[in-house]
Structure formats: C-alpha cells, structure tokens
Design a protein around this ligand. Structure first.
Ligand code: ADP
Length: 595
C-alpha cells in the first residue's frame, strides 16, 4: 500500500506542505522577534537622542535630594514612548556601583548582571558608551545607558522580558499549526485529485501491460489525454499491436512447422549437445520402432555418440547409414544454434528399406534372367556344336532329335523373353487393358474345353462346376483367359497323372470368382508366400522340364491387380492346391479402356 504511487503522492504532498509551513513559520517567528527587538532599540535610541531629555537627565535641579529618583521621574514621563509598562518592560535606575536605586516594584531588587549591564558598569561610565548589544537567542532584551548627573554616576537600565513578543510568536505558532492542518487536508484532497489525473491512467496502463504479458490482446487501453501519459499509452497500444502481429506470425510459422514435423514421412529427432532427445516426431518413433522421450539418449537410438559430436562441429551436415533390424535408413545430421547454449544437432531419418529391397530384387531379377536364358543358350550351343563336329557321322534321326532340342530351347527362350516383355510393359504401366463385357461363365467353360484334351492325356479327372446365373464382367478378356489358362495348366502340370482337378466358378454380389482345385503335389508352407514372385519355383527342374518359366503366376497376379481383382492360394487341409481368382463385375475403377 505504502509503495503505491498514490500513497507516495500523498506523502510527498504532506512533506511538502509540512516543510513549507515549518520554513515559513520559522522565518515569520524569527522576523517577528527581530522586529520587536529592533523596535525596542529604535524606541530607546529615539527617546535618548532627544536633546531636551538629555539635558534634563544630566542636569540636577537645585533642591534635588536623590538624583536617582529624579532621573526615574524624568524618564517616567517618557514611559509611553519607551514602551515601559512596568509589567513586561521595566525601568531601573542603578548607581555607579551597580546597586538598584529605583525600581518600579520598590524594595530591594537584585538584577541579573547581563552583558549590557556589565558593559555599562565597567566601561560605559567612563566612555559614555551604551550597552545595547542585542541577541535573538536570549529570552530578554535590555539596554543600559550610563548617565553623569551632578557628579554622580547612574545607569538607566531598561529590561524587557520579551513576553509580548513571545505571546505574539505563540499565537503565530498556533496559527501556523492550524494552517498546517488545513494544508494537510488540502494536500490529501489534492493528492486524490492528482491520483485521478495521473495515477488512474498509469494504473490502466499497468493493467493493460499485465494483460499483454498474459497474451491477452483483446482490449486496447483508452488514451486518457494528449499529455505524456497519453503519448505513452498510445505508443504502448501500437507496441502491443505489433507484438500481437509478430506473435501471430511466429505461431503461424510454428503451427506450419509442427504440422510438417508431425506428418512428414521422414523421422526427425533433435538432440541436445549432451546427447539427450529434445524433440522427436511420430515418424521417428515409428521408424525406430520404439517410444522416444526426453530421457532417451543418442546412444540408445543410434549407438556410438561420436557421429553426434562430429555433427555438432560440422559447418554443414553429415550423412550416414543406419540399420534397425531389417530396416535401412539414410541418416542426415546437421547442427542447430551452433556455439549457443541451447544448441544441438538434428537427425533426419529417411527410410531407404524399400529402395534397398527393390535394388536387391532388381539384382536378383537380373541374375535370374541371365540364369534362365543361359541354360537354354548353353543347350543350344552344345547341341549345335555336336551337330557341327559330327555332321557326317550322325544318323539322320539323331540329327533330327538334336535339331528338335535346339528348336525347343529357342522356343523356351522366346517364351521367357515374351513373358519378360509382358512384365516390363506392366511395370512401366504401358500396357493398357482392353476392357469389354463378356460372360464370365462362358470364358471358364472355354478354358475347360481347351485344357480338356491335355488333362485327358495325363489321365486327370477334370470337372467343371459352374454356379448358375454367372454375370457378365467388364474386363480384358484375353488377359483374363491368360490367367485362367495359367492356373489350370499349373494344376495339370503339378498333379501327378491320374489326378483330380475341379474347375469351379461362381459369383457373389459385385464379383465373380473361379477356383482351381487339384490333388497334386501342392506347395510346402514355406513356399506358399513366394510363388507369386518372379522366377520363383518350388522345384526348378520339374518346372523347367514342363516348360515353365516361373513367371506365369507373377504375370497372372499382376493382371488381376490391374483389374482390381485378386489371385491367391486358398487354405485347405487335403493334399494338392486350391488357387482362386476374383474379379469385380463392374471392372477396374480406373485404367484400361473399353474396347
Ligand atoms: P511355372 O512356369 O514354373 O509354372 P508359375 O509362376 O506358373 O511358373 O508357378 C510358379 C511355381 O508355383 C511353380 O514353379 C510351381 O512350383 C508352383 N505351382 C504353381 N501351381 C501349382 C500347383 N497347382 N501345384 C503345385 N505347385 C504349383
């Protein structure tokens, strides 16, 4: 409370009034006393400078008995002019030895030997000098005048006890105290007035500043006047406005960064110089497959701390690689706020697992292609060489057989190359589907008819089981037939002679399906997932022997994918394999064109 500006103003006003009153009072009282004294001495000097009086004082009358008494009589006539009232100011006549001869009170009076009296008695009587030294500090004032009269020495002594002046100053003191109280009341009232004009706008400015400190920019402070406080308030309002704009911009930027940080696919982790995590985004948590918190250290996430230390000192950024279980990351580290207390390094993780896998697949694919082509090529070359070396000695049947092998192998190569071309067209999305509506059931029946003879050759029992009312589908007929053919041929190929193969087809709501079920060699569990991979074959020798390339199922699955359909293995307990294809009746959602 005492610290408030309002109280300070009141205190200042009170102190101001009090000090003013004290100074003025002191001056007044002092000057009243001084005036009273001056008046006393000038009265005395005026009276005693009167030549007539002086004559009467020094000249004794003829029948005079007591000079002192006579002197008193003479001077008593001047009592009014001298201000002698015999109460506060008294007249005494002393003889040369300092004995009081006449006093207004009568009887023996013993006067105090004041400075002036002592002076008059000591030297005044000889020199005629008057003892009239004045001193404001004394509580009396006096004058001692030496007189020679009729050969006798007398001292006329006038003593004033300052009572009149003291009464006056007392009254003035009372007056001053009254004025002081009045002044205090006025000062308090004035300070209220002042606080209204000065403290109120400062208070509202303070409240406004507190609101701004709490980020509340909703209210502007009213500008009370055009004085300095008004200008200050105006400037404060401007400043608050600018601050609000800047904060909004900063917040905007931060929100943008936060959103980016939250949704970016790359993982970002910020580390302090000590290697503790300051911040991390969900992608980083996901990639590193663990919760990252403020307690997590660099070592826990990335191992050795040395790269972080190097990154903290690098002017630009460092790049590295990181493997977390079966995932690969490109690690980029850059320092931030280098050399400053809150600085550290930022680690950005870019997932390159897919890239790595693709590279691996490509490498594998190239190796597979080379291998697949090399085998028939080696065969062709060796048969051709043998033919050339022993052309004359070879029986014509043998020659024919050799040439047959050469032809077969080159057919195989053509087959492989054709399949590869198909796949490459699919990969580059160059091959558009030629969509048309055709009855699905009919297509299945066509396949059944086409492979019937082949199945017969192997003594297989081939059954067709079509649900009634199979609808028309919108699809690329040729491609769909290719898929059907591939899975049915596989069933024939991978079922030992005399097997049982069931070709069934049906439909449900918006899709049609065809299933090929055989009781052949089946596929071991470990291989089931991989048979749709390019060149993947469970038994390479057997597949090759039957003219397989290992590309058929991957092409078939790609065709189904492009139709928004599916091709998958159905789980079954009995030996053999069930493979199922599904197609949407309405055709793929996009891609291809109706033919
Ligand atoms: P291929 O040209 O070798 O037949 P596919 O891509 O058509 O190539 O088939 C891949 C592999 O899947 C085959 O090599 C074979 O091992 C296996 N497979 C496919 N269909 C069957 C089936 N009905 N029964 C057993 N194995 C099969």
């Amino acid at each position: 409370m005492l610290r408030s500006l309002h109280m300070k103003l009141v205190m200042i006003m009170i102190l101001l009034i009090m000090s003013l009153m004290i100074v003025v009072g002191a001056f007044l009282i002092n000057s009243v006393t001084a005036f009273y004294m001056e008046d006393f001495y000038s009265q005395v000097s005026d009276v005693f400078q009167d030549p007539l009086l002086y004559h009467d004082l020094i000249t004794p009358s003829e029948e005079e008995e007591d000079g002192a008494d006579q002197l008193f009589q003479v001077l008593n006539a001047y009592a009014g002019e001298l201000g002698v009232d015999n109460r506060n100011r008294k007249l005494y006549i002393l003889d040369g030895s300092g004995v009081v001869r006449v006093s207004p009170d009568g009887g023996d009076v013993q006067l105090e030997y004041t400075e002036n009296l002592t002076f008059a008695l000591a030297s005044g009587l000889e020199t005629g000098e008057v003892g009239d030294e004045s001193n404001l500090a004394l509580d009396y004032m006096d004058v001692a005048i030496p007189i020679h009269r009729g050969g006798e020495d007398y001292i006329v002594y006038i003593l004033d006890n300052k009572s009149t002046s003291n009464d006056l100053t007392d009254q003035m003191l009372v007056l001053i105290i009254e004025a002081l109280i009045f002044g205090l009341v006025i000062s308090i009232l004035l300070s209220f007035l002042l606080s209204k004009t000065m403290v109120t706008p400062i208070q509202s400015l303070t409240e406004g500043a507190m609101r701004v400190a709490e980020r509340d920019f909703s209210k502007k402070i009213k500008v009370p006047s055009q004085d300095e406080i008004g200008v200050l308030t105006d400037t404060f309002n401007d400043m608050a406005g600018q601050l609000q704009d800047t904060l909004r911009q900063v917040e905007n930027e931060r929100n943008k960064l936060d959103t980016l940080f939250l949704h970016m696919t790359d993982g970002v982790v910020a580390f302090s110089r000590a290697g503790l995590v300051i911040h991390s985004n969900p992608a980083a948590n996901r990639m590193l497959r663990r919760a990252i918190g403020p307690e997590t250290t660099y070592e826990e996430l990335f191992g050795e701390i040395a790269p972080l230390e190097r990154a903290l000192d690098t002017p630009d950024h460092l790049e590295g690689e990181l493997q977390v279980r079966d995932s690969f990351f490109q690690l980029l580290m850059a320092p931030f706020d280098r050399g400053r207390a809150g600085g550290g390094a930022l680690a950005v993780l870019h997932d390159v697992t897919e890239q790595r896998k693709n590279e691996e697949l490509r490498r594998e694919f190239v190796a597979n292609v080379s291998h697949e082509l090399r085998t028939p090529l080696t065969n062709i070359r060796s048969y051709a060489e043998t033919l050339m070396e022993s052309a004359r000695d070879m029986p014509p049947e043998m020659e024919k057989k050799f040439l047959g092998v050469i032809l077969n192998e080159s057919d195989r190569m053509t087959h492989i190359v054709q399949d590869l071309l198909t796949l490459s067209r699919f990969d580059s999305e160059r091959d558009e589907l030629k969509l048309s509506k055709f009855p699905f059931g009919e297509a299945v029946r066509d396949i059944y008819n086409a492979v019937y003879m082949e199945a017969q050759k192997h003594n297989h029992t081939l059954t067709l089981d079509l649900e009634p009312g199979l609808p028309q589908v919108l699809a690329d007929r040729e491609r769909v037939i290719q898929v059907m053919m591939n899975i049915v041929s596989n069933a024939i190929k991978y079922t030992p002679d005399g097997g049982r193969i069931v070709l069934s087809a049906g439909w449900e709501r918006d899709k049609v399906w065809m299933e090929v079920d055989d009781n052949g060699i089946g596929i071991p569990d470990a291989d089931r997932e991989r048979i749709f991979e390019r060149f993947y074959r469970v038994d390479k020798a057997r597949s090759r022997q039957s003219g397989g390339t290992g590309l058929g199922l991957s092409i078939a699955q790609e065709i189904m994918r492009r139709h928004d359909g599916r091709l998958y293995l159905v789980d079954k307990a009995e030996p053999g394999l069930t493979i199922r294809m599904e197609l949407p009746v309405a055709g793929p959602e996009e891609g291809g064109h109706e033919g």
